[in-house]
Design a protein around this ligand. Structure first.
Ligand code: BGC
Length: 363
């Protein structure tokens, strides 16, 4: 991994840049937006509205691209891969210059992206890498391994695993197998936790440790809740209690809390999360969830727009990782932002004072 080295890459999308410049000129002639990138069209394909972050992402991207003079088509596909493919097909048919895609199924987009490339459309994989296709130009995301590292490290510190004898009962949850991020999150956390499992300080009573066993279809909190219900009734009979749960995303964390509550837990175990969703920040304040990983989607949107504009203006796009994200066809040059661990001690500073969440929404 090479996330510290700031690195300038020459854009591989010169033809698209020319096409966009031409379309910008045409728009100027017809009296629309001028200026850098002005007059271009961007298609934004988001996965779902069931999770708050994608609504923020879509809104932030739309505003940032419109501010840069673009016309925007923003679509959500309700976590249905086929629907996302047909939405992108429509965008290609509408003659967009740029596609920004947060994939639902990382392997289902090859066909439609081949069509996009025939039209010389610039393709940005947004937050989630798109696999097995030559037709992705750039990847913009957060450091996904670090997300997992922050979750694992939080657990180590919360239980004082260096000094405590334990053993503590741990259960593991991961995201959707169709999302390339899932493995990065889990591997980042597991690298930190596994030595304590080997040592016997952490015990996984369910025995469920493989990614296939711990994955959560569609990142769906109710599916996680059901799995936690089953784990509690099968592996925690008698006095055995769950001490800690690795959960990859706030919606899953809240499903786990619901299962624990219905099985009579009053004090919650250590539970991780991700996304700093309003409901989960409330849970953190109430002591129901321990932490979340905050990823500022405003910064992700503005970085995306900067990358697109740079490629169009001068053919130089800022990336900071040219090694980690091999999509099965090529290593996709990536710009990775920094995620932040948030708990009851720093949520005010990180997510409220920064304006990410409105304090009134936490009341
Ligand atoms: C994103 C996470 C999000 C998850 C579920 C992942 O691809 O990186 O931020 O929690 O999807 O929506």
């Amino acid at each position: 991994m090479n996330v510290n080295r700031r690195h300038l890459l020459t854009g591989s999308i010169g033809a698209a840049a020319v096409a966009l410049t031409a379309s910008a000129c045409a728009s100027e002639d017809s009296g629309s937006n001028g200026g850098s990138g002005g007059g271009g069209k961007v298609g934004i394909a988001m996965p779902t509205k069931t999770s708050e972050r994608w609504i923020f992402d879509g809104d932030n991207l739309k505003t940032s691209f419109e501010d840069a003079g673009y016309t925007v088509s923003l679509q959500y596909a309700n976590d249905e891969p086929d629907k996302q493919v047909s939405q992108i097909e429509t965008m290609v048919g509408q003659g967009v210059d740029v596609l920004v895609v947060a994939a639902i199924d990382n392997k289902s987009l090859g066909g439609v992206l081949a069509q996009a490339k025939e039209q010389e459309i610039t393709v940005i994989a947004y937050d989630r890498l798109i696999l097995d296709t030559p037709d992705v130009d750039y990847y913009v995301s957060f450091d996904n391994t670090k997300v997992g590292t922050l979750q694992g490290t939080y657990i180590v510190e919360a239980l004082d695993l260096e000094n405590a004898e334990g053993p503590f009962n741990l259960e593991l949850f991961a995201g959707a197998l169709t999302d390339n991020n899932t493995k990065y999150f889990f591997d980042g956390a597991w690298a930190v936790l596994e030595p304590y499992v080997t040592e016997g300080k952490l015990v996984i009573r369910s025995g469920q440790t493989s990614l296939e066993q711990i994955a959560t279809e569609n990142w769906d909190g109710s599916i996680a809740q059901e799995r936690m219900d089953n784990i509690l009734s099968n592996s925690y009979k008698g006095d055995n209690k769950v001490d800690v749960v690795l959960a990859p995303y706030d919606g899953i964390s809240r499903g786990i809390v619901a299962a624990l509550q219905s099985s009579g837990y009053e004090k919650m175990p250590v539970i991780t999360g991700q996304d700093a969703e309003v409901e989960s920040v409330k849970y953190i304040i109430e002591g129901l969830q321990s932490m979340t990983v905050y990823k500022d989607t405003r910064a992700l949107a503005s970085t995306t727009v900067d990358m697109v504009l740079a490629s169009i203006d001068g053919g130089e796009v800022e990336v900071n990782d040219t090694e980690t994200y091999d999509n099965g066809d090529h290593v996709v040059p990536a710009n990775l932002l920094d995620p932040v661990s948030v708990d009851v001690n720093n949520y005010q500073e990180e997510v409220v004072d920064s304006g990410y969440i409105d304090e009134a929404d936490l009341a």
